[in-house]
Design a protein around this ligand. Structure first.
Ligand code: 6R9
Length: 650
């Protein structure tokens, strides 16, 4: 890339924290100064929020970069920190999880219950021959057993590798093989979109090619008929009959905790390795700081799937290590009706909601009448993660979910970073819609140009991290060289995140999307995010995706796919008129260089199961190519809809 990323969008709205929240916030502005004065002492203090069996000798060993060791010599047990210590402190009766299945069945699980289930699962896994250092693959729907399985692995020092319930047998098999997992924990199925969706057949197919797998533990969720082999064991016959007595052994701070595969754009997924002490320190601290979580009074809900890193850090390890009460929901947001999420907020009195831009834009498309039909007055803080949140989606979230007064924290991070890195602090930051604002205390992030020089305020370039952080990935499982090449070779001594970013005139950080997605139009780098945000700022657009398609004149040309809002008329001429309006609207908002060559009105966009738009597939459509790999799509029929809409388009 020959020049810095374009910096087109100019957003000036800013919202200070509510006075009440600021007055009682867990973390105040002093945290920044404290961390600046002594970053390692700051992290040591956050590590002290956990229970250690043996205190560390050294906070950070960075003598062999990029291989970091945090809290060297320290020992702790992650499950003990998430469960036992709350029970021992007399909080065993406190609800850990209000679980709701998609069909409407519910379970209330206290910390004592969760502790007992985890102890049984730890004993069962041990009986099956799983020992510290082994790997266990987890392929489950959003049921409490998913959290139990993860915690049981952590308890006995086996690394878990959670694979999204939506992945194919091939993807599952590759991940099991790469980690040489000894046991697979799965279910007969789960509920999605109003009906049972089988998982076990996929596991059977995958495991057929995985000689490392000795046992498959199967949770009965749907009760549907499943094929059975000699490796298979029912969870209820194995775990629920195992002893509830289990003493957690401490593990070294750098003992592997989990592997999580990022799908990435390349064929071979990367097994991101996280370890014990640093990971839990930062997952736990950021939950406390960014969500201002008050375990005594808050009801927290993160809508992510457990198969995504957000589910690891902000359903399991962050909230549970803080002793939170949380909601866990199995299904889709529109089953059996489009108000399902708001009904859940209303029913459980959710006070902190953490969700993804894709969901907010879907809610925008459905219209504000839907959240307006529920009592959302329990909410006090809103969070967003997964993609850049367009300013209008941010405003809609604040307005229609947050009563026009709640803080919205836009949190930037990655599977690789393990925890939130860049985000407003809800009691401190005057947030700007669409900006992740500033690195958290103890984090050193920057935006640099091609040469790795820090860009001045107002400039754009690449997001980097200049100093190691506690929950950083330690390597790519089994491939140290790829770890170095992917993240540490682009700029000397810095972690390359792969995201474009800009600093505004105040030095606040705006994420511009993956560097691979940046478009080069007549010699100008234009970010997909900014054009998408301009489209979403039009009152008739709920969601948009933009790609650069090869163009004989301009090198690349901007092709946009836009989903109209609920009531918008797009039939015949009305549609033509809207497209013309939208092209002009983008041109007016960002400048003529950003005017899309072509805009398609579509009913849906292709997304991964974690809600990220798959621009690669849209590029295939825009350039009239046959489609690439669609196996990671949330809903593969979407591409047929879009492709058929494209035929005949200019
Ligand atoms: C947590 C998670 C990481 C990529 C990341 C970036 C995008 C996540 C974002 C964001 C802008 C935010 N991303 N949060 N972009 N603003 N608040 O999503 O992890 O699945 O590994 O994805 O997601 O592009 O590099 P992961």
């Amino acid at each position: 890339m020959s020049e810095a990323l374009a910096n087109l969008l100019n957003e000036t709205r800013q919202f200070p924290p509510p006075a009440e929240l600021a007055a009682h916030a867990n973390v105040t502005v002093d945290a920044y100064a404290e961390a600046d004065a002594d970053r390692l002492a700051f992290w040591a203090k956050q590590a002290d929020r956990l229970a250690w069996s043996k205190k560390w000798d050294e906070v950070l060993d960075w003598s062999n970069p990029p291989f970091a060791k945090w809290f060297v010599g320290g020992q702790l047990n992650v499950a003990y920190n998430c469960l036992d210590r709350h029970v021992e402190a007399g909080r065993g009766d406190k609800v850990a999880i209000h679980w709701e299945g998609e069909p409407g069945d519910t379970r209330t699980i206290t910390y004592a219950d969760l502790h007992e289930l985890t102890c049984r699962a730890a004993n069962a896994l041990t009986d099956l021959g799983v020992t510290a250092g082994d790997r266990v693959a987890i392929y489950l729907p959003m049921i409490p057993e998913a959290a139990v399985a993860m915690l049981a692995c952590a308890r006995i020092g086996a690394a878990h590798s959670v694979v999204f319930g939506g992945f194919s047998a091939d993807s599952l098999s590759n991940r099991i093989q790469d980690a040489s997992a000894k046991v697979v924990i799965t279910a007969d199925g789960g509920y999605r979109r109003g009906k049972p969706s089988a998982l076990k057949p996929t596991v059977d197919e995958a495991v057929a090619n995985c000689p490392s797998v000795e046992h498959v533990l199967v949770v009965r969720r749907t009760g549907e008929e499943v094929a059975w082999s000699e490796k298979d064991l029912w969870w209820h016959e194995t775990v629920e009959t195992a002893s509830a007595e289990h003493t957690a052994q401490p593990f070294d701070a750098e003992h592997p905790l989990f592997i999580l595969y990022t799908s990435g754009t390349t064929a071979r997924p990367k097994g991101i390795l996280h370890t014990t002490g640093g990971y839990l320190t930062q997952a736990s601290y950021t939950t406390h700081a960014v969500f201002d979580l008050k375990p005594e009074t808050d009801v927290y809900w993160c809508t992510a799937d457990i198969g995504w890193v957000t589910g690891h850090s902000y359903i399991v390890y962050g909230p549970l290590s803080n002793g939170a009460t949380q909601v866990m929901y199995e299904g889709t947001p529109d089953t059996p009706h489009k108000g399902r999420f708001w009904e859940i907020v209303d029913r459980y009195g959710v006070s902190i909601l953490y969700t993804a831009p894709t969901l907010i834009r879907t809610m925008m498309k459905w219209g504000e009448d839907i959240p307006a039909g529920f009592d959302l007055s329990s909410l006090r803080l809103l969070g967003s993660v997964g993609e850049p949140i367009n300013p209008e989606a941010w405003m809609w979230y604040r307005q229609h979910v947050g009563r026009g007064e709640l803080p919205v924290v836009d949190t930037w991070w990655q599977t690789e970073t393990g925890s939130i890195m860049i985000s407003p602090l809800p009691g401190v930051t005057a947030a700007k819609p669409g900006s992740a604002m500033a690195p958290l205390p103890g984090i050193v992030a920057d935006v640099v140009d091609d040469q790795g020089q820090s860009v001045p305020n107002g400039g754009g370039g690449y997001l980097v991290l200049r100093e190691p952080w506690p929950s950083m990935l330690r390597t790519i499982w089994g491939d140290d060289n790829r770890f170095i090449e992917t993240y540490w070779s682009r700029f000397e001594g810095m972690y390359f995140a792969g995201d474009g970013a800009k600093k505004d005139d105040d030095g606040h950080i705006w994420l511009l999307g993956r560097v691979d997605d940046v478009m080069l139009v007549s010699g100008h780098n234009i970010s997909t995010t900014e054009v998408e945000s301009a489209l979403v700022s039009h009152p008739s657009v709920a969601e948009a995706a933009v790609v650069g398609a090869t163009d004989p004149t301009t090198g690349q040309a901007i092709v946009a796919f836009a989903i109209p809002r609920g009531s918008t008329d797009i039939a015949g001429e009305a549609g033509e008129q809207l497209i013309a309006d939208l092209r002009n609207h983008v041109s007016k908002t960002l400048g003529p260089i950003a005017k899309p060559r072509q805009i398609m009105l579509v009913p849906e966009l292709p997304k991964t199961r974690s809600g990220k738009i798959m621009r690669r597939l849209l590029r295939d459509v825009a350039e009239n190519r046959s489609l690439g790999d669609v196996t990671t799509l949330q809903d593969s029929s979407v591409m047929e809809l879009i492709s058929s809409g494209m035929s005949g388009a200019k």
